[in-house]
Structure formats: C-alpha cells, structure tokens
Design a protein around this ligand. Structure first.
Ligand code: NAD
Ligand code: UPG
Length: 484
C-alpha cells in the first residue's frame, strides 16, 4: 500500500498537535500540516513557546517543523491539497438545547466537514480523530455527499486517539494499540489499509487493530468509561476505608496483583478530571438514554455521580476537620492542573474543591507549576461545560470574588500563613518540599489534606501536621465526616 503524500489535520489542539508531530517524525516522506481557525494557537505552534506543555513535545516539533511539519491557518488550501484529512476539533458537551449537559456538541465537527466539502475534489480519506458519538461517520458522510462537488469521492474512517496528557509523546511513540474503523467495502478496506500503512512506519503491525466504523467510534467512549469506572470504584471504596480503618492503597495494591484486574488506574484520588472522562461518559449515557436503554444509562451515570461525591466529600472533610469553619481562613492549594505534567485545567477537580471552599468563605492561595494565573482565575469563574466553548469567556460566573483568590509563584508562598494545605495535583515537586519549613510558616494546628496520597503521612505527623489522606485510616485529630 503506497503512503499518502500529504496529510492535513484540522484542529491544532492537545490531540492534533502532538499526533501530527509524531506522524511527521516517523514518516519523513509525508508532508504533514496542522491547521486551525485560531491564529494565536497557530502562532504559538510556530514559536518557541508551544501552546501546550507536554514532556518531549518541544523536541519532536523542533526536529520536524519547517521540514515536513507545518502549522497554518490557511485551512482551505491545505485541505484541498491533502490526501488524508484528520479532523481533531473539539467536541464539547452541549451547554444548551436538546441534550444540554449530556450530549456532544458537533457544531465544530459539522463546520469542519462543510469546509472539507466546499474545497475538495478527487478522492480523499477523512479520519475522525475527535471523540464523537456512535454513528457520527454517517452524519459526516451525509454532509459531504450533499454539499460537495460531484467530482469529490471519499471514505470516512474512525481512528480514535487514546493518548493521555502528560504522557502524550510516549503514548504516541508506543501505543498499546491503534484502532482504525472503516466500512466493509472495497474502498473502505483500501482506505483502512492506507491509514494503517502510515502508523506501521513505527507501530508494530499486530498493534494496529481494524474494526467496523461503529465499533471504533464506540470503543473510544467505552475505553474512557471503563478507565473512569475503575477510579470511581476505588473512590467509592476510599469512603468505606475511612469509615472502617482500612487503607485504600493497601486494598488497591492487593486487588491489582490479580492479573485479571491489573494494577493500573486503581489510585483513589480527590476525583478524576480532564477534558475527556466526564464528557465522554455523559455522551455515552446520553446515547443509551436516546436508545431507551435506561438501566445501561443509569449504570454509567453512577461513575460521574461517584466522582462528584468524592470532590464534595473532600471539601466537607476539610471544613469539618478545620473545626467546621474555613471562613476567612487562608488555605494553600497545591496543584490546579487535572494531573501532573500538564498545564491543562479542563474539568480539574481543583475547580470544584476551590469553589466549595470559597463558598464557605475561605481565602485561597493557589500554586501550580504549569498553570498561569489568568487561567486559574477564569476557570473559577466559568460555568460548567463552558470551558470548551470559545464564546464562554464572556459569561463569567457571578459571585466568585477575585480578592478571595491569590495565585502564588511557589508552594512555600501558598503555604505561608495558611491554616491548611490541600494537595490537588500529584506534581513531583510537592514530594520534595521541605515540610519542616512549611510547618514553621503555617498557622497551628497545621493541616494537610492530601487529595492524591502523594506524601509520607507518618513523616508529616512526626513534624506536627494533622494529616488527612484519601481512603487512609483517619488521624485521631480528624473528625468523623458528616454530610451536612
Ligand atoms: N485532550 C486529550 O487528551 C484527548 C485525547 C483523546 C481524544 N481527545 C478528543 O480529541 C478532540 C480534540 O481534543 P483537544 O483536546 O485536542 O481539543 P482542543 O480544544 O485542544 O483543540 C481543538 C482545536 O480545534 C480548533 N477548531 C475548532 N473548529 C475548527 C474548524 N472548523 N477548523 C479549524 N480548526 C477548528 C479549535 O480552534 C482548537 O484549537 C476532542 O474530541 C477530544 O474529546 C482528546
Ligand atoms: O488511578 C488513577 C488514574 C487517574 N486518575 C485521574 O484521572 C484523570 C484522568 O487521567 P488520565 O486518564 O491519565 O489522563 P487523560 O489525559 O484524561 O487521559 C484519558 O482521556 C484521554 C482522552 O479521551 C484518553 O485518550 C486516555 O486514554 C485516557 O487515559 C486525572 O485527573 C487523574 O489524576 C486517578 O484519579 N486515579
């Protein structure tokens, strides 16, 4: 199967940028262009300060940019010239209308498809890279057939992306699998083989899996649902551990040794975040509901219910431990990103925890090594699901007062004069802090609420801290959690 000459990707985001950089790196004979409607984003991709932080990304981009990797806002020309068009635009949760708060908003997808139809001639392969509801390929096909020139022929493939942020480059370099779904027709099979040949430049053949279109679309939602379900399962057990004196890390370790279960994704936490898990599960629940599968919808909905419960539980635990009031108390928030090694704050549990504390009158001092002050402030003011809608920054949430929030440039500054510290992201640098010094600068009793079970709790207790860890036996000082 001959390789394509030119690939374009519509959407220069967390997926489009790194994925295309990896294709460019491994396929020097292919010209890869990433296009976007956002001029600032493209400018950043063309600069030394890339728009996203991802370990190893700078090196890959710098090695290929200007050779066979390009970033451009000239969407029409690049699409017209490409043999394969990846579509990696955002597919956020709808904020209004039918399915608001649940269904995927396909506005950006449809607009990309109409753009392709407008400028395309000859034969092209259109690849769904965005996470989309099952049967989106059918809708895309209808848009392309009704809007395009009669000289345009195409195949639509589903090639969902499974990279995780923070490890995107290593995930892309050695993916567990690459999944390609296509139509079971001659043309569909050829298109699948063509895309597979691109990945096979660096991914072993046996790791490139082919399926029908609908299986590939559903697999993406299912994979995220199952991963998130494991975390919610452990988080539910963490509440039981605290009630019984069991230790969720010991439980997770022992069940993970069962090879049928496996050890990954069993860490209880303050809650899962990120742009995908909640959005994709809500989408799955909406699809099940739409198909009349109420019990199935309810089953998956519980994964989100448990995640929300965990974030609320953490805030309640903090407040009840600090003598049932945080009013006017300074609290240091260490970590705002949804996980370490990323500056991404989309759906980070820190938003809900911070809002919960602010509602109870706390003064927050927030530090994250990779998240800038403006982003922290706007995240705390945006309505639910609005982060992925470009127009949303105009509609700030009323009631969050800027003066209740300070953003510091070091963990020590955030901790100074605080009554308590909450660890909300598992950044390595929080493990290396000098906690003797931290203890000295805090108000006593000094509380640490470890939302990631990152620190050595016994060592902290020896210094004098009162410590709460998710799902860990309770410090005698920590009051029993009571729902209010
Ligand atoms: N972030 C992840 O780790 C991840 C992983 C796997 C899958 N996904 C899925 O991939 C998709 C993209 O996610 P992301 O995190 O990269 O989003 P993102 O918001 O970072 O990037 C999307 C980009 O698409 C651009 N865009 C929107 N409409 C456009 C159009 N018509 N023409 C050109 N550009 C357009 C936006 O300006 C934006 O820069 C989503 O469906 C997401 O669910 C994300
Ligand atoms: O044991 C665990 C593992 C993760 N998390 C949290 O879960 C969230 C998601 O983490 P992770 O899955 O590592 O990052 P994402 O970048 O959101 O990646 C997920 O979502 C992507 C977008 O769909 C998929 O491509 C990936 O396969 C899938 O792992 C983060 O808040 C983590 O802190 C836990 O609380 N406990």
């Amino acid at each position: 199967m001959s390789l394509p000459g030119k690939i374009v990707c519509i959407g220069a985001g967390y997926v489009g940028g790194p994925t295309m950089a990896m294709i460019a790196k491994n396929c020097p004979m292919i010209q890869v262009t990433v296009v976007d409607i956002s001029q600032p984003r493209i400018d950043a991709w063309n600069s030394d300060d890339l728009p996203i932080y991802e370990p190893g990304l700078d090196e890959v981009v710098k090695a290929c940019r200007g050779k066979n990797l390009f970033f451009s806002t000239d969407v029409d020309t690049c699409v017209a010239e490409a043999d394969i068009i990846f579509v990696s635009v955002n597919t956020p949760t709808k904020t209004k209308g039918i399915g608001a708060g649940m269904a995927a908003d396909l506005t950006y997808w449809e607009s990309a498809a109409r753009g392709i139809a407008r400028v395309s001639k000859g034969y092209k392969i259109i690849v769904e890279k965005s996470t989309v509801p099952v049967k989106t390929a059918e809708a895309v096909e209808k848009v392309l057939t009704s809007c395009a020139d009669s000289f345009f022929t195409f195949d639509v493939l589903s090639n969902p992306e499974f990279l995780a942020e923070g490890t995107a480059i290593s995930d892309l370099a050695k993916p567990d699998r690459v999944l390609i779904g296509g139509k079971e027709s001659d043309s569909g099979r050829k298109a699948v083989a063509c895309l597979a040949s691109v990945y096979q430049q660096w991914v072993p053949k046996e790791n490139v899996v082919c399926s029908n279109l609908w299986s590939a679309e559903l697999t993406k939602l299912a994979a995220n649902a199952v991963l998130a379900q494991r975390i919610s399962s452990m988080n539910s057990l963490s509440a039981l551990c605290e009630a019984t004196g069991a230790d969720v890390q010991q439980v997770g370790y022992a069940i993970g040794m069962d090879t049928r279960i496996g050890s990954k994704f069993l860490n209880a936490s303050v809650g899962f975040g990120g742009s995908c898990f909640q959005k994709d599960i809500l989408n799955l629940v909406y699809i099940c509901d739409s198909m009349g599968l109420k019990e199935v919808a309810e089953y998956w909905r519980q994964v989100i219910v448990m995640n929300d419960y965990q974030k609320t539980r953490f805030v309640h635990r903090m407040i009840s431990t600090m003598f049932n009031t945080v009013s006017n108390k300074k609290i240091g928030i260490l970590g705002f990103a949804f996980k370490k090694d990323t500056g991404d704050t989309r759906e980070t549990p820190a938003i809900d925890v911070c809002r919960g504390l602010l509602t109870d009158g706390a003064k927050l001092d927030i530090y994250d090594p990779k998240v800038k002050e403006d982003l922290i402030r706007s995240e705390l003011q945006l309505g639910k699901f609005e982060w992925d809608h470009p127009q949303a920054y105009a509609n700030r949430v009323a009631g969050i007062k800027d003066e209740s929030i300070n953003v510091s440039s070091s963990a020590m500054d955030a901790a100074r004069d605080s009554h308590g510290i909450a660890i909300l992201t598992e950044w390595d640098e929080f493990k290396a802090l000098d906690y003797e010094e931290v203890f000295k600068v805090m108000v006593k009793p000094a509380f640490i609420f470890d939302g990631r079970n990152l620190l050595d709790h016994n060592a902290l207790r020896k210094i004098g801290f009162v410590v709460y860890g998710i799902g860990k036996p309770l410090d005698p000082f920590v009051t029993e959690h009571k729902e209010t």
